[in-house]
Ligand binder design. Structure first.
Ligand code: SF4
Ligand code: SF4
Length: 111
């Protein structure tokens, strides 16, 4: 994850939730999971009693399509726009953004 210089992880998490509204975690998007991440995601969903729809991929992983879930949101996103599994979120979620991206408040001041 790239963050603006001087921005710590806790504040970045707050900005994602309270200012951006967790735009990355909703909309017509697909989160690609490795095989291990798909297993972990199923376990999280079972523990949290969340309905989860995954689509198998040829590489053994799975695709999590947000539009398969209520509100076109990742099912791990709670009603306050916080990730319920933040500390163990998938690699793709950890990596984004890779650099400054306009419109992303934790990585850029550009609208
Ligand atoms: S797992 Fe968490 S960080 Fe990743 S898309 Fe879902 S809510 Fe967002
Ligand atoms: S677009 Fe940027 S600020 Fe918004 S949720 Fe994604 S990483 Fe956070």
């Amino acid at each position: 994850m790239y963050r603006k210089p001087g921005l710590d992880v806790i504040e970045a998490q707050r900005l994602c939730r309270d200012v951006c509204g967790a735009l990355c975690c909703q909309g017509p998007q697909v989160l690609v999971l490795s095989a291990d991440e798909a297993i972990a995601m199923r376990a999280h969903a079972s523990r949290l009693e969340i309905e989860l729809v995954l689509h198998a991929r040829d590489d053994g992983g799975a695709s999590l399509r947000f539009p398969d879930h209520e509100g076109d949101r990742c099912p791990m996103l709670d009603t306050r726009d916080a990730c319920r599994i933040y500390d163990t979120r998938p690699t793709r979620c950890r990596a984004f953004p890779e650099g400054p991206r306009p419109g992303c408040v934790i990585s850029s001041d550009e609208p």
